[in-house]
Design a binder for this molecule. Structure first.
Ligand SMILES: [Ca+2]
Ligand SMILES: [Ca+2]
Length: 103
């Protein structure tokens, strides 16, 4: 994730990871499938990049469906451009090996 703005971001903000259930390439609370989220509490300097990770859980409609990341989903950061806060990649299904399953 990159801070494309001229100012540092010092306020904590949330990144929400979701499946776009209604296929409109944007996040719709109550409609889209939220799989997890993470709070970013460290400052993100102007033109800086950070990696955000979260433990996701839940069900997606099919293997390799696209998972979106929505930065500042709580809309606490004022930005010059509020429309570039979404990123997407394919989900990756990694089968558990039998030895890693415990009762
Ligand atoms: Ca949507
Ligand atoms: Ca914002």
């Amino acid at each position: 994730m990159a801070n494309l703005g001229a100012g540092d971001v010092r306020q904590p903000f949330r990144v929400t990871f979701f499946e776009d259930r209604n296929g409109n390439n944007t996040f719709d609370a109550g409609t889209d499938n939220v799989l997890g989220s993470a709070m970013v509490t460290d400052p993100v300097v102007a033109e800086g990049r950070i990696t955000v990770s979260a433990n996701l859980s839940g069900y997606v409609l099919f293997t390799n469906n696209r998972i979106w990341a929505y930065a500042d989903s709580g809309q606490v950061i004022d930005e010059a451009d509020e429309t570039n806060n979404l990123g997407v990649r394919l989900s990756e299904f990694i089968p558990l090996r039998a030895s890693s399953i415990r009762s």
